[in-house]
Design a binder for this molecule. Structure first.
Ligand SMILES: [Zn+2]
Length: 380
């Protein structure tokens, strides 16, 4: 699982005079064995650079170390990533490899700092969920991210008053008040912990599990900034020991939340377009917006694959043309122009959201909000 700390480390990584290698390589699910040779292909340029006497000796040695480290890491067994990103500066003793759940373009960049745009674009789509299973006296916390769930250290166990202690001479309503007081104290402790974790950006959304009749009161104790991150609740016994069950129930909450968010994004973008705002709908318009780097956020129908054409000279993206209307050169045919568009938007610093929910994108395939209105299409 990709930890927040790992991403932080990668973002902060500096060569301090030494080169930093960032390498992204796709894993083709139909041909996993091709992965090492794809990595090798990307390393070719780096090998040339490591021999380039224009670089000083320390830089060349560091790059050689990077190449060795990547070659080692390629041999490691991996589950089912769609791409792997490597970040290395061996002269500073730094190496990170990250498995990505979506494909990215094969690419190597050698620079002063890490090249993280594709990494962040992929991770942006996944919500880090804090799962809380609680009742009036106990609370457990889990981190759910990219389909993996781990329990966070530090369960809360606060004092509860379970059986009325009549022997101690307390009257029933006193016992009740005392029990309520203890429960409120416990709820406040849960709320405080979540508030602190939210401030440290440890999660994006929360899924609450517990007894149906207790959850509303717990939610009432959350500060507004935490409350607005609650994606949903699920019914589970607070003492549930089957973590697989908690995982499944929390997954459903996240799933519903993500589909609803996708629907909201599509609706907003379509409305913006129809009211003449900065948005476009449909593949042809989105391809031109992508060509001109005008895309702010691209919404794309999940799993959509459509053939098209690319100009390798200026990045023109089209569907049916043979020649580039911008420069007149012959276009390269591609089996998946939607993917070319996604990668172009990522390269330009835009964001991408894959839409799996039932929306008009099933027909339109893509829609996008824009940073600016693109110039008129040269073919029109
Ligand atoms: Zn062109």
């Amino acid at each position: 699982m990709l930890e927040v700390e790992t991403v932080d480390r990668i973002l902060r990584l500096r060569g301090d005079g030494l080169p930093v290698l960032s390498l992204y390589v796709r894993v083709d699910p139909a041909d996993r064995r091709a992965f090492p040779s794809r990595v090798d292909e990307q390393l070719h340029e780096v090998r040339l650079l490591a021999k380039d006497t224009a670089l000083d000796r320390d830089a060349r040695l560091s790059l050689r170390g990077d190449i060795e480290r990547v070659e080692e890491a390629v041999q490691e067994e991996r589950l089912h990533p769609r791409a792997v990103a490597f970040f290395s500066c061996s002269g500073r003793g730094v190496f990170e490899d990250v498995e990505l759940p979506r494909p990215v373009r094969d690419r190597q960049v050698v620079d002063e700092t890490t090249w993280v745009r594709p990494l962040l674009a992929v991770l942006d789509e996944y919500h880090r969920c804090r799962v809380v299973v609680a009742d009036r006296g106990r609370a457990r916390f889990f981190d759910l991210y990219q389909n993996e769930m781990v329990e966070c250290p530090g369960r809360l166990r606060d004092r509860t008053l379970r059986k009325p202690d009549y022997a101690a001479g307390m009257r029933e309503h006193t016992v009740h008040n005392k029990a309520e007081l203890l429960a409120k104290r416990h709820y406040r402790a849960v709320a405080e912990r979540l508030d602190e974790e939210a401030r440290r950006h440890e999660f994006d959304i929360i899924a609450f599990g517990g007894h149906d009749h207790e959850i509303p009161e717990l939610l009432d104790h959350l500060p507004a900034a935490v409350r607005e991150r609650v994606a949903g609740t699920f019914s589970v016994h607070p003492g549930e020991q089957d973590l697989g069950r908690i995982h499944r129930l929390a997954d459903q909450v996240v799933e519903r939340y993500e589909r609803a968010e996708e629907q909201r994004l599509v609706t907003e973008t379509l409305e913006r377009c129809s009211s003449g705002g900065l948005a476009v709908v449909g593949l042809t318009e989105c391809l031109w917006a992508g060509t001109t780097a005008a895309v702010n956020q691209l919404l794309v129908q999940d799993e959509a694959v459509l053939p098209g054409a690319v100009c390798d000279h200026d990045g023109y993206l089209g569907v049916e043309e043979d020649r580039c209307p911008v420069c007149g050169r012959e276009l390269r045919r591609t089996p998946d122009v939607v993917d070319e568009l996604v990668q172009a938007v990522i390269d330009q610093g835009g964001s991408v959201e894959h839409v799996a929910a039932e929306t008009p994108l099933r027909v339109q395939v893509t829609a996008a909000t824009l940073r600016f209105r693109p110039p008129p299409h040269p073919a029109v």
